[in-house]
Design a protein around this ligand. Structure first.
Ligand code: HEM
Length: 115
């Protein structure tokens, strides 16, 4: 259990990087930024997966728990948005609203764990 804070730190740091670079893509989807954004958001999303599953193992929370599945779906959704910002530039406002909604749902799941 003493490893838990390290996973928590990794989870939050990679979340900050994922959000920051996703919203940078919305603000400036210039083609020359695409490769760098895809690499950074890809690595950040992967680290979120790894730290999330690491914490599930340490806390013995089963994977088939409602709030975990919901968070997983939110993470998959958020991870896809930066790439879409470069391809569908005119949809950036809608994509940023979707990002905010997915993040709000995921954070709600953390603190309320309704199921
Ligand atoms: C966009 C998606 C996600 C967001 C915004 C998010 C956010 C957070 C936040 C804010 C915390 C609380 C801080 C902490 O305890 O360290 C947390 C904890 C946690 N997250 Fe995530 N997370 C996401 C995805 C995931 C995924 C995909 C998994 C599992 C595969 C996961 C598993 C966990 C676990 C197990 C905890 C710790 C609970 C505990 O300490 O008892 N998260 N997450």
């Amino acid at each position: 259990m003493e490893r838990l804070p390290y996973y928590q730190l990794l989870h939050i740091l990679s979340l900050i990087v994922l959000i920051a670079h996703t919203f940078m893509a919305f603000a400036n989807p210039a083609p020359e930024n695409r490769r760098r954004t895809m690499i950074i958001t890809g690595i950040a999303a992967l680290l979120m997966f790894i730290s999330g599953f690491g914490m599930l193992t340490l806390t013995k929370i089963p994977f088939q728990t409602g709030w975990v599945i919901v968070k997983l779906v939110c993470l998959i959704g958020v991870s896809a948005l930066a790439g879409m910002a470069f391809r569908k530039v005119h949809l950036r406002n809608a994509l940023s609203t979707i990002a905010m909604a997915l993040l709000a749902v995921a954070v709600f799941m953390v603190y309320f764990r309704p199921f």
